[in-house]
Design a protein around this ligand. Sequence first.
Ligand code: ADP
Ligand code: MG
Length: 603
Amino acid sequence: MPQIRRLPETLINRIAAGEVVERPASALKELVENSIDAGAGQIAVSILEGGLSRIEVTDDGCGMDPAEMALALERHATSKLPDDAIEQVATLGFRGEALPSIASVAKLTIESRVRGADEGWRRVVDHGVVSEEGPAALPPGTRVRMEHLFARIPARRKFLRTARSEYAACLDVVRRLAMARPDIGFTFTHGERRIFQLQAGQEVTERVAQIVARELADNGVPLDVERGEMRLTGIAGLPTYNRGIADHQYLFVNGRPVKDRLLTGAVRGAYADMLARDRHAVLALFLDLPPEDVDVNVHPAKTEVRFRDSAGVRGFIVSGLRQALSTGDRRSAQAPHAGAMGRWQVEPQEPAPALGSIFSGRDWSSPPAAGLSGRLGEAATSWRHDTGEVLAPHQGRAEVAQEVDAEAPDFPLGIARGQVANTYIVSEAADGLVIVDQHAAHERIVLERLRAAGAGDKVAASQALLIPDVVELEETDCDRLEEQIEGFARLGLQIERFGPNAMLVRALPGTLRNADPSKLLQDLADDLAKHGDSLLLGEKIEHVLATMACHGSVRAGRALNVQEMNALLREMEATPRSGQCNHGRPTWVKLSMDDVEKLFGRH
Ligand code: ADP
Ligand code: MG
């Protein structure tokens, strides 16, 4: 029987480090939080190789004297719970384990000088052992440097990813903390490069716009609602300003950046019928509530929280967001009335197809199921605008009917009679009335064309731009696109890296000659971020094609003439499985003549 023994301090710290220090970004988060807690007005972060070889955080906060510094490196030593009241915690840190944990798995150098002291002090701990100590020259404040992370723990080092993805994680950490505290100035440097410099004392909206995207200011609504002791502030992006990944949802609870299921679920709920399922809102939300109503001590990394009244919090966020989006700004998209759709007939929906499987042919020789077999019961609830685009004010336009050739075949989708809201084509078929969602339908057709153009070993035709377009993107996005340059070229999209933060677009796929290169590239980068590492090449291409298709298709809200409408209908009939859009929703619905007559009591 092996004997039970108390573990040595170094081992205890290393075990704790397993939870607190998972990768460079998690150590960085702890160090920046400490600087914020120390009352800093300026925080400078600099990292090397995505933080794998070095992370350094410098602040002008309260500093530590030599005795405090020694204590800070001991486990469960903290200056942050003055009344032992964990329910009332107002600082980002409180567990007193970050510094000893980091020091147990890396080389940690702390230099600090309290205001008014003549000199500072330095203490170096390498994998749990103090290796150097003595006076140091530095201005008041603290400088903490972490090097050689996991150097002596090969098992952990193995799990670290490339410098590129560690850099992306570090950037995300600094951004979120910087957004939480617009009163503090931040600089962030990667290697030789200054990534950002944020002035102290900014307005929240200004800071958010500077960090997330300049466009957010014009495409978002400010938010400031209260319920009881809860308050929700921030900026919510309009549904039209959406992204392919949820990475641009910045959520804060009492000034602490969190990644919380309840909150992201509430956001999804609020936008549910304004966004396609695979699109995500862009926003920064700050929820403030009494500290005793939220437990932050759920996980060592402190990014999850537990609310005392979770249903209340959820309801508050959903209604607050909805209210802001609908009343705060008339540009926001509206969900059409679903109840009215009850009696409409659609092409029978097959179970939500995976992208790869959508493409098997649809047999147009057998007309769409007659009768009401494909009734929109459930489908009606998902009947909403495809990309959440702004609906034009309702304006039906009847066109002079096109002369119908007497010998015209009996088109399943009928002859176009007009357009409603510049979005839906209304057509008359022999057996009923058809409404087509022009964007969804066209998107489908473009996808099929793109697939056909790049099938097999063929290289798709491309259309060179007269002047190559420079598209500015984040560095990480550029990296992802750069890795796929050859694949894109096969699809007719010719791009090149153009400096750290931009791509050069030389040619667009022929099918997409009118697409907006910068939106296209951003969506493709999001696509790769979302699916990047997990998919096979073939699957990746399918996603990329679907994203491209969206860019190459007729937008909702564009007026079409009768010829264009009929051309679209005929093309739909000729395109395999055009009854479903690329997201699995119907592209057209039909009300049979029989039902029209029932509606008017003729039956
Ligand atoms: P916690 O932040 O949970 O208290 P840490 O291990 O991160 O635990 O830090 C331990 C203590 O070291 C802190 O409570 C604080 O007193 C001190 N400390 C850490 N970083 C700094 C800093 N940048 N400036 C001043 N004091 C610091
Ligand atoms: Mg801390």
